[in-house]
Design a protein around this ligand. Structure first.
Ligand code: ZN
Length: 397
């Protein structure tokens, strides 16, 4: 492979001929792309099209940061990965596909993903960060770390049929994500995409836009989404852009910023969906009157063993989810039907409420407590945690 300083080889000239024909790119632009480094955070729905188009475009170094493995339910939208990659690390799967698409690209893998411990140093090694994260803690971590490292972030997010994108580079005068949303929402108020659902083609569009924003920034052409937030709805095909302003009171990039470094506790990963982290209120006996708001799947297992007659597992997922898997002996009552079926739930038994990841069931738990049920707890991490930690034979989704 030629070094970065060599001019483009005949093979590269042929490969990028449609770029070279664009006056906005040309040979100099193509060489500039080859000398550029882009970090894609998350090899998932957004990272898939973003990384594919960046590699195809000839961005010389692409970093892929993800700690996760490919699962069957990813394939509906994460088009970097094939069925034969299920069970493998997403980073190594991505490398295979990107190198096959364009062997001229150097692919650097960061198997540990982006963490509060590595983020600023990692971002410093790249020219642009493409944020393909799917949860709030990582999004705030990416935003803050990019600012501290002095690098721009191409933001993208998904909700059902709705997409958003922007270009945050507060060091160059644009607003940042915290200018729009200073603090993360409470974990139990936000469904993630597995709870809310997401149309598979949606990340295809948002991730491609993110690749385009990164490429324009690297080439210095056109107008990026700096100072603008693009919002669109694919069900009605309506696109709009909102002008957004830097917030002088922004906790990160404002005049009296309070975020000066990455403090791990500020990126509370308890709303990550692995069910292992987060507060761990100690289990009290079920008749003590102080039953904890949340219990772990291991505590559920022990409770069922000790006193199965006094315990009722309530599954608040939707019927299509129950068809995939369920915990034996549980009563199915979808979340939306609970207000109409309060009479059917016993007041003299301990209720353990679960859903897929523990978000919906936490809301139900609080609701039932408000309605006077004396002993209700949420199963932290939901049936996904049960499948990982108690019964590996359970299909996951
Ligand atoms: Zn800001």
């Amino acid at each position: 492979m030629p070094s970065r300083n060599d001019s483009l080889t005949p093979e590269e000239l042929a490969r990028y001929s449609r770029h070279l024909a664009l006056p906005e790119v040309g040979k100099a632009g193509q060489e500039r792309l080859r000398a550029s480094k882009v970090l894609v955070v998350g090899a998932g729905g957004l990272g898939s099209p973003a990384a594919l188009y960046l590699a195809a475009a000839g961005v010389g170094t692409i970093g892929m940061a993800d700690f996760d493995r490919v699962e069957t339910h990813n394939l509906q939208r994460q088009i970097l990965h094939g069925t034969e990659q299920v069970g493998n690390l997403k980073t190594t799967s991505a490398e295979k596909r990107l190198k096959s698409l364009n062997p001229h690209v150097a692919v650097r893998l960061h198997h540990e993903g982006v963490t509060p411990g590595n983020s600023v140093a990692l971002f410093s090694e790249y020219d642009v960060i493409v944020d393909g994260s799917d949860n709030f803690p990582t999004r705030y971590l990416n935003n803050d770390s990019a600012f501290l490292a002095g690098k721009p972030v191409v933001y993208g997010s998904l909700f059902r049929f709705e997409g958003q994108a922007s270009f945050f580079h507060p060091r160059a005068g644009t607003p940042c994500y915290r200018c729009l949303f200073p603090d993360p929402p409470a974990p139990d108020t936000v469904p993630n995409c597995s709870e809310a659902g997401v149309m598979g083609a949606l990340p295809g569009i948002v991730g491609s836009l993110q690749a385009m924003e990164a490429i324009k920034h690297l080439l210095g052409i056109g107008e990026t989404l700096r100072g603008r937030l693009l919002i669109f709805d694919l069900l009605t095909v309506r696109f709009r852009t909102l002008n957004i302003k830097k917030d002088p009171a922004c906790p990160l990039c404002g005049e009296q910023a309070r975020i000066k470094s990455i403090v791990p506790n500020n990126y509370d990963f308890s709303c990550a969906s692995d069910g292992k982290t987060g507060p761990d209120p100690r289990m009290k006996s079920s008749d003590s009157g102080t039953c904890p708001l949340e219990v772990s799947v291991h505590e559920v297992q022990a409770l069922l063993k000790e006193s199965s007659g006094n315990v009722l597992l309530v599954d608040v997922r939707e019927p299509h989810e129950v068809e995939i898997c369920r915990i034996d002996g549980s009563r199915t009552l979808p979340m939306a039907e609970i207000p109409n079926h309060l009479d059917s739930l016993p007041h003299d038994r301990r209720l353990l409420v679960y859903c897929h990841h523990g978000y919906r069931s936490l809301q139900v738990t609080k609701y039932l407590r408000d309605k006077g049920f004396p002993a209700v707890s949420n199963v932290r991490g939901g049936i996904d945690a049960w499948g990982k930690e108690v019964d590996p034979s359970l299909p996951r989704y």
